[in-house]
Design a protein around this ligand. Structure first.
Ligand code: SER
Length: 319
């Protein structure tokens, strides 16, 4: 029977991935681990939950030993804008935390999924249709930590045979758990503000294009890559994946189709604008499609419909 540990289980991806894995594998087979944030009732009541600190290796090792874990989804991370405000913490959590997880995986024979990000690219990367294999010279500490992470995961596979895998996520759109401290967070906030107040003030410029993906596709990617035939994987830890390339004006126009009196205004945050400008406008994810059959389900229209429907439901009945 599979035994899975999810770190960062209270975060934007973790809170949903844990529940989906519990549905697929059985509730006691998936151990959720968070750091500071309290788990919501759905997470706490559906299976084991523990507090850990990924920068302390023994806290990870104890759980892996106790539950005989064979697969770790290592989602604990400090996102781009937060890491830029505290680069030391960004390095500590994103690099030392991952190193600890890989060391535990090496010792106990676990497979490891680690999300990388569009942030591993930088201004010297071709930003249109960004190739799978290209220049990686990020200018943010978050990007630096994620490049280090991709390389570290490749190394642990090559040197120690640890079954490491991962994808480069774009901005993730979801309604269950808010992201925190990311540059792409506007693409979540815009929907909540549209439903609540019919207006949104955006911190990125109207035409700033970035790749995005709806959460069900992000979860699908995480599960499918871990199930993929390893013989076919050439880019184990760093697969470009995307579902849409959109700008604030594109999302606003789509929202207006459903909420006609929605308006958007702009008040640019120089920190996050500079980060967004250094990231790709659109990524080429053909390697994922070829090597493990990646295919997203949700485009912007479907995402918008689903987001607005679900946020409206939550606001009507917050329980
Ligand atoms: N969504 C992330 C961020 O904005 C990118 O990986 O930091």
């Amino acid at each position: 029977m599979k035994k899975v540990l999810v770190t960062g289980a209270t975060g934007q991806i973790g809170s949903e991935l844990t529940l989906l894995l519990r549905e697929n594998l059985g509730s006691t087979s998936v151990i959720a681990a968070g750091h500071i944030k309290k788990p919501d009732p759905a997470l706490r009541e559906s299976g084991p939950f523990h507090y850990i600190d990924c920068t302390q290796i023994n806290t990870i090792a104890e759980l892996v030993k106790k539950y005989k874990v064979d697969t770790i989804y290592h989602l604990a991370s400090v996102l781009s804008a937060s890491a830029e405000k505290n680069p030391q913490l960004g390095w500590q959590v994103n690099v030392n935390g991952l190193y600890n997880v890989l060391e535990v995986a090496r010792e106990y024979g676990c497979a490891v999924f680690t999300p990388s990000s569009i942030a591993i690219f930088g201004p010297s990367t071709p930003l249109q249709n960004t190739p799978q294999d290209t220049v990686q010279r990020p200018t943010t500490i978050y990007g630096v930590t994620k490049v280090a992470g991709e390389l570290l995961c490749d190394y642990y596979f090559k040197r120690f045979g640890v079954d490491t895998r991962g994808v480069r996520y774009p901005g993730l759109i979801s309604y269950k758990t808010p992201p925190g401290g990311g540059t792409t967070d506007y693409a979540v906030e815009i929907y909540f503000e549209a439903v609540k107040h019919k207006k949104y003030t955006c911190y990125l410029k109207t035409e700033t294009c970035l790749d995005m993906m709806y959460m069900p596709d992000a979860l699908k990617a995480a599960i499918e890559i871990m199930e993929a035939d390893p013989g076919r994987l050439k880019h184990r830890n760093a697969f470009n994946v995307t579902a849409m390339s959109v700008a604030p004006e594109t999302i606003a126009a789509e929202i207006k189709k459903l909420i006609p009196d929605f308006t958007i205004a702009y008040q640019i945050d120089p920190l996050r604008q500079a980060i967004a400008d250094s990231w790709p406008d659109s990524m080429d994810d053909s390697a994922s499609r070829q090597e493990w059959g990646w295919k997203p389900k949700y485009d912007l229209q479907m995402t918008t419909r689903d987001m607005i429907q679900n946020i409206s439901k939550i606001l009507e009945d917050p329980s």
